[in-house]
Design a protein around this ligand. Structure first.
Ligand code: SF4
Ligand code: F3S
Length: 112
């Protein structure tokens, strides 16, 4: 089992999640984070920290796609362990439909 970051993180990137993770398994893209599924120890402490409710356990239905998505980008992006400011407009974009198609960037973030 693992937790994964899903599409409502995109264009918000609050980063409240990263400082509670005991194994530092969040990785930063330009406009979202992902969790490395092989490093996550399933402790669950990050899930309630996300204001956008974007972190889900893979035991929920139809999560296979997000596990592979998180795996793919966690192997390409830098680790992030320190919280930073959310992206501009994060509150307005929280809950918006179609974020993956509209905003997702494969580019890495800066990491921290
Ligand atoms: Fe880190 Fe625990 Fe969240 Fe996994 S469930 S990403 S180990 S805080
Ligand atoms: Fe994204 Fe939520 Fe973390 S919006 S950066 S998963 S706190």
């Amino acid at each position: 089992m693992t937790y994964v970051v899903t599409d409502n993180c995109i264009a918000c990137k609050y980063t409240d999640c990263v400082e509670v993770c005991p194994v530092d398994c969040f990785y930063e893209g330009e406009n979202m984070l992902v969790i490395h599924p092989d490093e996550c120890i399933d402790c669950g402490v990050c899930e309630p920290e996300c204001p956008a409710d974007a972190i889900r356990p893979d035991t929920e239905p139809d999560m296979e796609k997000w596990v592979e998505f998180n795996r793919k980008y966690s192997e390409q992006w830098p680790v992030i362990t320190v919280r930073k400011e959310p992206l501009p407009g994060a509150e307005d974009r929280d809950g918006e439909a179609g974020k993956l198609e509209k905003y997702f960037s494969e580019n890495p973030g800066e990491g921290s």
